[in-house]
Design a protein around this ligand. Structure first.
Ligand SMILES: NC(=O)CC[C@H](N)C(=O)O
Length: 331
């Protein structure tokens, strides 16, 4: 039988009710072994191993857990574990920052074996909890030969997403995830796993420093009536990079853009992304990127642009040209 290892980090999929309100709960209360026990028949599909990497709500996801996950996935993919070779890896994770972890792992983890992140929108103790079916579907995807070579995938509610495009688009809906630019990668049905297109090119596997932290990168959210205060504060706080969650095509007020250009002069890498939720941010449309020394994020949303910029800076890649080349992909 094939072998799947589940790396558990917490999240709502492992959430348990709390008395704070009728719907109140705490993430990360249920162990990896209990999650597996809640899916009847899982043991008939594969030999399942479990490892508890963390037990947190993903609002608390952090670089220490990211490093641990990346190292563990690389090691498992290369050598298997005490019970033999590993065919696929499933990561249980809170949904709030799942897209950032998936994208981080996409940039760092080199294996072509399937890596699938999965979560739930309803805690394990809720009526019609979605976690057990999502976990079953994640294992089915991890067992699919067609899932290989795609980098980490996200599976929730019968839908498979690539790490590059997936984003959480609802606070409460069970169908919380969308791939707003390229559409989902495929779906899971009772008849099996279907991918809509072949695997595309992947980013180079970037190196990690021996230990966290990654360089400090701030995200600054643009809005009407914006002045230079937030940009200046980020520079004063020691940011090595700034991602603008810009209005429209990654734009911001005259004052904010001038402060960002000033930040570049002080050695801060600046990437313009968009708060709109879909569509590319392209160079030199309304903003003079060449003159200001900015990079444009393309299809990377602000949270993902931050992850990529941190990884680039950690690899000594900081010039606007080199940062732009990395954002132009494949990422
Ligand atoms: N549905 C969820 O998983 C989101 C809740 C939780 N804050 C988490 O991300 O872990």
């Amino acid at each position: 039988m094939p072998r799947i290892v589940i790396l558990a980090t917490g999240g709502t999929i492992a959430g348990a009710a709390d008395a704070r309100s009728h719907a109140g709960y705490n993430a990360g209360q249920i162990s990896a072994a209990q999650l597996v026990a809640a899916v009847p028949g899982l043991e008939t599909l594969a030999r399942i191993g479990t490892e508890q990497i963390a037990a947190i709500g993903s609002q608390d996801m952090n670089e220490a857990v990211w490093f641990k996950l990346a190292e563990r996935i690389d090691a498992l993919a290369a050598q298997g574990d005490v019970d033999g070779d590993v065919d696929g890896i499933v990561v249980t994770h809170g949904t709030d920052t799942m897209e950032e972890t998936a994208f981080f792992l996409d940039l760092i983890v080199g294996t072509s074996k399937p890596v699938v992140l999965v979560g739930a929108m309803r805690p394990a103790t809720a009526m019609s909890a979605d976690g057990p079916l999502n976990l079953l579907e994640a294992v089915l995807v991890a067992l699919s030969p067609e899932a290989a070579g795609r980098g980490p995938l996200v599976v929730l509610n019968d839908t498979i997403h690539g790490a590059r495009d997936v984003t959480k688009t609802s606070t409460t809906e069970v169908q919380a995830f969308r791939s707003p630019n390229f559409g989902p990668a495929g779906f899971v049905s009772p008849n099996g796993v279907v991918f809509f297109r072949p695997a595309g090119p992947r980013a180079p596997a970037y190196k990690l420093p021996p230990a966290p932290p990654l360089p400090r990168v701030a995200i600054i959210y643009a809005h009407a009536g914006m002045d230079a205060t937030d940009v200046r504060a980020a520079v004063a706080a020691g940011a090595k990079g700034i991602v603008l969650a810009g209005v429209g095509d990654g734009n911001a007020s005259r004052d904010a853009i001038a402060a960002l250009a000033d930040a570049v002069m002080q050695g801060v890498a600046v990437v313009r992304a968009s708060r709109t939720g879909s569509g590319p941010v392209m160079r030199n449309i309304e903003v003079a990127d060449d003159a200001c020394g900015f990079a444009a994020a393309g299809f990377a949303n602000p949270a993902k642009a931050r992850v990529l910029l941190q990884v680039l800076l950690a690899n000594g890649i900081s010039s606007p040209e080199a940062v732009q080349t990395a954002f132009d992909g494949p990422i």
